[in-house]
Ligand binder design. Structure first.
Ligand SMILES: Cc1cc2nc3c(=O)[nH]c(=O)nc-3n(C[C@H](O)[C@H](O)[C@H](O)COP(=O)(O)O)c2cc1C
Ligand SMILES: CCCCCCC(=O)C(=O)O
Length: 386
C-alpha cells in the first residue's frame, strides 16, 4: 500500500506504538487548546464576529455539499501536487495568515513555520505576526512562503513592508481586503482583550524603518507611543480600488487578494493586474451574517474565468472539506484555526500533526472518491444537498 495518507495512517495504527497522545479530531484539538489557554487568547482565536453566525454558516455550508464517489478507478498512485503562481507545491493546502501566534504558544510563528517546512505546505506570514517577517523567513529557510499585507494608512510603511518581504524571500503578497477595520467581537470586548495593545503582534511595525521614522523616541524607550502609532495607522477604511494601482507599482511579486466574496469584486480587481484571489470571510471573524465562503466559490471561479487562480478558506477542517473546495473550483485551500489549536496544544509538533493529518485525510478521501490526480477533481464530485 502506498500513498501519503496510507503511510500516516499505518504509523498511527502500528501495534508497537502506544496510544495516540495527541488528539486526532478537530473538535478534540480545539477542546485541548481550550483547556490550555486563558479566556482572552482562546476567545480571540476561536470566536467569530458578532453572534458567531458566519463562523457556524461556513461549517453548515460545507456540510451541505456532499461528495459523490466513483468506484473501480485505479487510485493506487495518487498525486496531490499543484502548480500555483509558478511554484510546484506538494499539496493543494496552505497555512492561512494568522496574527499574533504567541498568544497560543510562546514560540508562535517560529514553531508554526517549522511545522510548515516539515510538510512542504506554504506558510503565509501575517503582517500582525509576533516575530518579524525576516525572523520567520529564516526559520522557513527555502520552504515556500508568502507574505500577508495589512495595508494601513501610511504608504511609506506599506511600501517598506513590501520591500522587506521581497528581500526576505517571500514569493507572493496576500493583500487582505476584509480587515480595513477590526470587527465587533463580543467576547474580546467583554474580556477587554486585544493583544496588539500590549505590543504583541506588532513586531513588523516596531522593526520597520519607515514606522520608526514616525516616532519621536524609539519603541525600546517608549513602547506606549509606538503602540499608539500602530493603532493610528493600522486601520484604513478609506481604501478603494485605485489604491490597488499603488500596490501593483510597489512590488513585482504576484498579488493575491484575500477576503473577497462578491464576483463583481473579482471582475473589478482583474482590471488592476491581480494574480489571484482567496474567497474568504476571514473565518467568520469580520462581517457577521455573510454568506459562507464555500457557497460563493463557484461564482467566484466563474468570474475569474481561468485568468488567475482562485483559492478558498473559512471552515476547512477535514480532508472532505478540502476535496469539496477543489471540486467547486479552488486551486488550493488555506487552513486557519486547526493549526493554531495544534500550536496551542504542543507547539511545532502539534501544528505539524494537525497539518499532516489533514493532508493524510485529504489523500485518502481523494483516492476513496475515485480520483488520482488534481485534474480529476471536478464539479461531478459534488452535489448540493438543499
Ligand atoms: C486568531 C486569528 C488571527 C488571524 N489573523 C489574520 C491575519 O493577521 N491576517 C489575515 O489575513 N487573516 C487572519 N486571520 C484569518 C485567517 O487567515 C483565515 O482567513 C481564517 O482563519 C480561515 O478560517 P478558519 O479559521 O475557519 O480555517 C486570522 C484568523 C484567526 C483565527
Ligand atoms: C488591530 C490589529 C488587528 C489585527 C487583526 C488580525 C486578524 O486578522 C484577526 O484577528 O482576525
Amino acid at each position: 500500500m502506498t500513498g501519503y495518507g496510507n503511510d500516516v495512517q499505518f504509523k498511527m495504527y502500528h501495534p508497537d506504538k502506544k496510544k495516540q497522545e495527541l488528539p486526532v479530531s478537530f473538535e478534540d484539538w480545539e477542546q485541548q487548546a481550550r483547556e490550555r489557554l486563558a479566556d482572552g487568547p482562546y476567545h480571540y482565536i476561536a470566536d467569530g464576529a458578532g453572534s458567531g453566525n458566519t463562523a457556524g454558516e461556513n461549517r453548515r455550508a460545507l456540510d451541505n455539499w456532499r461528495l459523490l464517489p466513483r468506484m473501480m478507478v485505479d487510485t493506487e498512485n495518487r498525486d496531490l501536487s499543484i502548480q500555483l503562481l509558478g511554484e510546484h507545491l506538494p499539496f493543494p493546502v496552505l497555512m492561512a495568515p494568522i496574527g499574533v501566534q504567541t498568544i497560543a504558544h510562546e514560540e508562535g510563528e517560529l514553531a508554526a513555520a517549522r511545522a510548515a517546512k516539515q510538510t512542504g505546505v506554504p506558510y503565509v506570514a501575517s503582517t500582525a505576526s509576533s516575530f518579524t517577517m525576516e525572523r520567520i523567513a529564516e526559520e522557513l529557510d527555502d520552504a515556500p512562503k508568502w507574505f500577508q499585507l495589512y495595508w494601513g494608512k501610511d504608504k511609506n510603511v506599506t511600501a517598506s513592508f513590501l520591500q522587506r518581504a521581497e528581500e526576505a524571500g517571500y514569493s507572493a503578497i496576500v493583500a487582505t481586503l476584509d480587515t480595513q477595520m477590526l470587527s465587533w467581537r463580543e467576547k474580546d470586548l467583554e474580556n477587554g482583550y486585544l493583544p496588539f495593545l500590549q505590543a504583541e503582534g506588532i513586531a513588523n511595525y516596531l522593526s520597520d524603518p519607515a514606522f520608526r521614522a514616525k516616532l519621536e523616541r524609539p519603541p525600546e524607550e517608549d513602547i506606549a507611543a509606538a503602540v499608539q502609532q500602530f493603532v493610528e495607522i493600522f486601520t484604513n477604511a478609506a481604501l478603494s480600488w485605485e489604491d490597488l494601482a499603488f500596490l501593483r507599482r510597489q512590488t513585482n511579486l504576484p498579488i493575491v487578494l484575500k477576503g473577497v466574496l462578491d464576483p463583481e469584486d473579482v471582475k473589478k480587481a482583474l482590471e488592476y493586474d491581480i494574480n489571484g484571489f482567496i474567497v474568504s470571510n476571514h473565518g467568520g471573524r469580520q462581517v457577521d451574517g455573510t454568506v459562507a465562503a464555500i457557497d460563493m466559490l463557484p461564482e467566484m471561479v466563474e468570474a475569474a474565468g481561468g485568468r488567475v487562480p482562485v483559492l478558498m478558506d473559512s471552515g476547512i477542517r477535514r480532508g472532505a472539506d478540502v476535496i469539496k473546495a477543489l471540486a467547486l473550483g479552488a486551486e488550493a485551500v488555506l487552513v486557519g484555526r486547526p493549526y493554531i489549536y495544534g500550536l496551542a496544544v504542543d507547539g511545532e509538533n502539534g501544528a505539524y500533526e494537525v497539518l499532516r493529518n489533514l493532508l493524510a485525510d485529504t489523500d485518502l478521501t481523494m483516492g476513496l472518491t475515485g480520483r488520482a490526480r488534481m485534474k480529476d477533481i471536478d464539479r461531478s464530485l459534488v452535489r448540493r444537498q438543499k
